[in-house]
Design a protein. Structure first.
Lengths: 278, 482
């Protein structure tokens, strides 16, 4: 670890996110491993949801209730890190607007927002790990890479909208994948266009959502990619679910799973979560 | 125009099944997006122009009464007339009065979305006037008996084949031959429209910008039809709305740069025209009468409200072109004049939120519209604000409300939430096992979740939640340390 990386230390509260907790524990395990490998102590405070579904449904009262709960759960930590752009953006960007009439909470939310990061943003922008050439997986050693699911695979990347447009996350995961795993992304033409997930949108307007994910898949197919990566489980479940339904062989992972070399198989098909088959 | 916003869901579903529409929208989307990106990149300080556009509009809106009165004085000083219309009906009555006084029979029109909003064509036709649209896109949809599906490209949903058929049906009886290629289609429309230009009594155009300092109405077109519509008939009526006013010519320069680039990806439109009152003594041509009808139709209510930012809109259509929902379903499904993101903000305010609750919800909040808006309207925030106001008004669906409340009660009790999530996982795993598809790891049908599983598989969750697995792992490592 170089001096720049050493300057950052402390306790991290891992913001698991609802979908990783329920559908894809390996994403959160990967995030924890990547952070612990950088010398942080990672704690998982008991948590439920940051309130994003209520916020995007227009229910500000419920959102405030959950936001306050989240702030209380996480404000003791030096940093809060989440393997999701939309969930970290909820805390980083939107909490502030919720508390216009409660200045005390607004202050607390802002203090927490300043210490909250999306995983790749934290690793690259805050820790600057790749710039210092730090191995994200010192214990695995380089020979461990040869039998990993992504070796000799063509990989493409979907930029999730909240991370991309609200937090400016685009280069960070690509840079980390390149530096750490030697992965070169084969870009799709529509990587920055919404996949049609949109939280409750995908079940409120399923037909429109399906058309949007089909358009997304057209872009994926054009790249002839074997693997699709992304940074938000909502989008990935939507795309993976549609890929499988339409008979595609393209596998889907969260980028953290590749970085940590810790996957549970393809997001929808290969294995039941919990049975690690890396 | 008739309000069909309540019919959004079935209309959207129908639109998705229309293969010609999908093909036309696909072509249009890529064309608009690519050309816009190219010309905005070329203008190195495009972001500064966006900021300037926002600030100038905000300043104008903060002093709207001043600039509107200044505009009115300057129009009158040049011999023109300004009419104030509270709503569409009033606007149409004003237009009808002018046409009646002019003893008009044929009226030609340049593109005006405000006249679509007011339903001016229908009002004129009911009184027996012949109304001819002269913008090619508007002409096409007028023949088809449709409404515009895009605010700058009204017939963007029409394929070339559909236009050929339409022209065949209406032009063949007049002795014209079948036209199948773009150039021939345009040529035929020009021949037909030329006669109308020369024989019309009144010309109606819109107005893109109203320059207060000089009393000028600025319009941009690519076909020159606006110029002919305004110059050839003896009366020119501009139907426009109050938020189109800007302070001066300097501001106009900035907005013209923003508009052409954002709308069609052009550096400048082919025709940019400033109307300054009727024909003067030494002018060779121009109308004898010049009228500006300023429509309010609910806009002054938006002023000073939480939605005021939408009044900055310069109707470029960039938010439509970049909206993956709009480009999937086209404009008609939105059910009124203004589709896409700007429409989903504006329409619920103008026609009543209770009639248009689906519009602000039919959005993934992906934010692409906000990043391309030339006047930086925070479209996603305004759409979310509508959702919030719908919830406050109790207009949420009962099922949605119930589910959200149930989820909230759970999420506010994290320990119970954890227990129930683990139980939920077990249930989901059972469904995965029961699933006839027999594939490990995926669920193809799930009661109550058909909106997801009708088109997508769902990953089957494993044994436990992350939080439970983590806890187990932590206690195991604590044990081994002991």
């Amino acid at each position: 670890m170089n001096s720049e990386a050493k300057a950052v230390s402390g306790n991290i509260g891992l913001f698991v996110t609802c979908l990783a907790d329920l559908f894809r524990p390996s994403v959160a395990f990967s995030a924890a491993k990547l952070l612990e490998n950088q010398g942080f102590s990672v704690t998982v405070p008991i948590q439920s949801c940051c309130g994003q579904p209520a916020y995007n449904s227009g229910d500000e009262r419920k959102t405030r209730g959950l936001a306050k709960q989240f702030i209380e759960q996480f404000e003791e930590f030096d940093y809060v890190v989440a393997p999701s752009g939309s969930c970290s953006s909820m805390v980083k960007i939107h909490y502030f607007d919720l508390f216009g009439s409660e200045p005390d909470w607004q202050k607390r939310s802002q203090q927490l927002a300043n210490r909250t990061f999306e995983l790749s943003e934290f690793l690259l922008d805050v820790l600057k790990v790749s710039l210092s050439g730090v191995d994200l997986n010192p214990s695995n050693g380089s020979e461990g890479l040869s039998d990993k699911p992504f070796v000799d695979s063509k990989i493409t990347y979907h930029d999730s909208c909240s991370g991309l447009r609200e937090l400016g996350i685009r280069s960070q995961p690509r840079e980390l994948l390149k530096q750490s795993c030697g992965v070169e992304i084969k870009e799709m033409s529509n990587s920055e266009i919404c996949c049609g997930f949109g939280g409750t949108f995908c079940v409120k307007f399923p037909e429109i959502s399906t058309r949007m994910v089909d358009n997304k898949i057209d872009g994926i197919v054009e790249t002839k990619a074997d693997i699709l990566l992304g940074g938000d489980l909502g989008c990935l479940m939507n795309i993976a679910g549609r890929l499988k339904r339409t008979g595609s062989k393209t596998r889907v992972y969260h980028y953290a799973e590749l970085l940590a070399l810790e996957t549970e198989g393809d997001l929808v098909d290969d294995g039941i979560a919990g049975e690690k088959n890396v | 125009m008739e309000v069909l916003t309540h019919n959004f869901k079935p209309a959207a579903k129908k639109a998705l099944l229309d293969k010609d529409l999908s093909a036309a929208m696909g072509r249009a989307e890529s064309g608009f997006v690519d050309t816009r990106r190219k010309v905005t990149d070329e203008l190195l300080n495009f972001e500064e122009f966006r900021t300037l556009g926002r600030d100038v509009k905000n300043h104008t809106l903060a002093n709207l009464d001043y600039y509107l009165e200044l505009f009115e004085r300057n129009v009158i000083a040049q011999g023109g007339h300004v009419h104030w219309a509270k709503n569409g009906e009033e606007a149409n009555r004003i237009v009808l009065d002018i046409c009646k006084k002019a003893d008009a029979r044929k009226i030609i029109k340049g593109k005006s979305m405000v006249s679509e909003e007011a339903g001016t064509n229908a009002a004129l036709e009911r009184q027996g006037y012949e109304v001819i649209e002269t913008d090619l896109g508007e002409y096409i949809i007028q023949l088809a008996g449709e409404t515009p599906s895009h605010i700058i490209a009204p017939a963007v949903h029409k394929s070339k084949k559909a236009v050929t058929e339409l022209f065949d049906r209406y032009h063949a009886p007049m002795g014209y031959e079948t036209v199948t290629e773009h150039e021939a289609i345009v040529d035929q429309a020009r021949q037909i429209l030329r006669d109308h230009f020369c024989s019309a009594d009144v010309g109606i155009t819109g107005g893109n910008f109203l320059v207060a300092e000089t009393g000028s109405v600025a319009i941009v077109t690519n076909e020159g039809n606006g110029d002919l519509t305004s110059c050839l008939p003896k009366v020119h009526i501009v139907t426009t709305s109050i938020e189109k006013v800007i302070p001066d010519m300097e501001a106009l320069g900035g907005f013209l740069r923003l508009l052409a680039r954002s709308a069609t990806g052009q550096i400048t439109s082919v025709y940019t025209t400033l109307f300054n009152g009727p024909k003067r003594d030494k002018d060779i041509d121009g109308p004898e009468e010049f009228h500006v009808v300023l429509l309010d139709n609910g806009r002054s209510e938006i002023l000073g409200s939480e939605y005021q930012d939408i009044l900055r809109c310069i109707r470029c259509g960039a938010c439509l072109n970049h909206c993956p929902v709009y480009t999937s379903i086209g404009g008609h499904a939105y059910g009124w004049v203004y589709p896409g993101p700007m429409g989903s903000v504006l329409t619920p305010i103008l026609v009543g939120r209770e009639n248009a609750g689906d519009l602000p919800n039919a959005c993934t909040l992906n934010g692409r519209c906000g990043t391309v808006c030339p006047v930086k309207i925070p479209l996603p925030s305004l759409l979310r604000k509508h959702r919030s106001d719908l919830v406050k008004a109790g207009s949420q669906g009962a099922v949605q409300k119930g589910m959200l409340s149930f989820w909230y009660v759970l999420a506010r009790r994290p320990v119970l939430y954890g227990v129930l999530m683990r139980a939920f996982k077990t249930v989901l795993s059972l469904f995965a096992l029961l699933d006839k598809a027999g594939q490990r790891g995926r669920i193809k049908t799930l009661p109550g979740a058909s909106a997801w599983t009708s088109s997508r598989d769902l990953p089957a969750p494993g044994k436990s939640t992350f939080q439970a697995l983590w806890k187990t792992a932590q206690s195991a490592s604590n044990e081994s340390e002991k």
